[in-house]
Design a protein around this ligand. Structure first.
Ligand code: ZN
Length: 237
């Protein structure tokens, strides 16, 4: 497997060389990206072809992941903020991190165990972001709930409670921080009016790039760490 960065996210692909093909073919399935290339084409040439098709590849991966989330087992790679963790079934009593490995009790349901660990990390990480940003933005949220919403990243209630999706821990760190700023800005303006977006922009000038990232990658992130019976998720925001 090789890895290339497309639209800001690492994408693993398998390269198959063939002397019988005359052009580069890219296929995306639930198993991943597979590239068939003539023997004489360089790796740089293959990467150029992948970059040229990056929007199509990202969208197809998101669709495939939403339709059939890959099973979570030994050797699975899980994003964790700006890092990747390698899931390893081990003789441990509870999930714990060991360097770049996430040790999961061999007898446990990995989906349940991994979600519990991510949720507890989310309470710490997202909680400290809320605590940092609230005074900067001049708001005082009534509380923070970490949830596993199917189709949204966060929400703010009229009573001032912020709800955030623990799956933000599966996205780059800046995405979770943007969502925190977005939901806190709702305590100033409970709508998506120009005044609301002006408040977001004042504190998070890069929000357009992060919203674009969520549109491209959100469905596949929301589909991660689910059991085989999981439904698909389409919209996020
Ligand atoms: Zn909003």
């Amino acid at each position: 497997m090789a890895v290339i960065e497309l639209n800001g996210a690492p994408v693993a692909y398998r390269l198959v060389r063939s002397s019988r093909t005359r052009r580069i073919t890219i296929r995306v399935t639930a198993e991943g990206v597979r590239v068939t290339a003539p023997t004489r084409v360089s790796v740089a040439g293959v990467e150029r072809a992948l970059r040229a098709d990056r929007d199509w590849i990202t969208a197809a991966l998101a669709r495939a992941a939403a339709a059939a989330p890959p099973p979570l087992g030994d050797g699975a790679v899980l994003p964790y903020l700006d890092e990747s963790l390698l899931l390893a079934l081990a003789d441990v009593r509870a999930v714990r991190r060991d360097g770049a490995r996430l040790l999961v009790p061999a007898g446990a349901d990995p989906v349940v165990a991994v979600e519990r660990w991510y949720r507890s990390r989310a309470r710490d990480h997202l909680g400290s972001l809320v605590a940092t940003w609230a005074p900067v933005m001049g708001v005082s949220p009534g509380g923070l709930a970490v949830r596993g919403q199917r189709s949204r990243w966060g929400s703010a209630s009229a009573r001032g409670t912020i709800a955030l999706n623990w799956r933000l821990m599966l996205a780059p760190a800046r995405i979770g921080e943007y969502v925190v700023v977005h939901e806190l800005a709702h305590l100033l303006h409970m709508d998506h009016s120009p005044r609301f977006w002006a408040a977001v922009e004042r504190h998070w000038p890069d929000h357009r790039a992060d919203r674009a990232w969520l549109r491209s990658n959100g469905p596949s992130v929301l589909a991660m760490v689910r059991g085989p019976a999981a439904g698909s998720v389409v919209s996020a925001g």
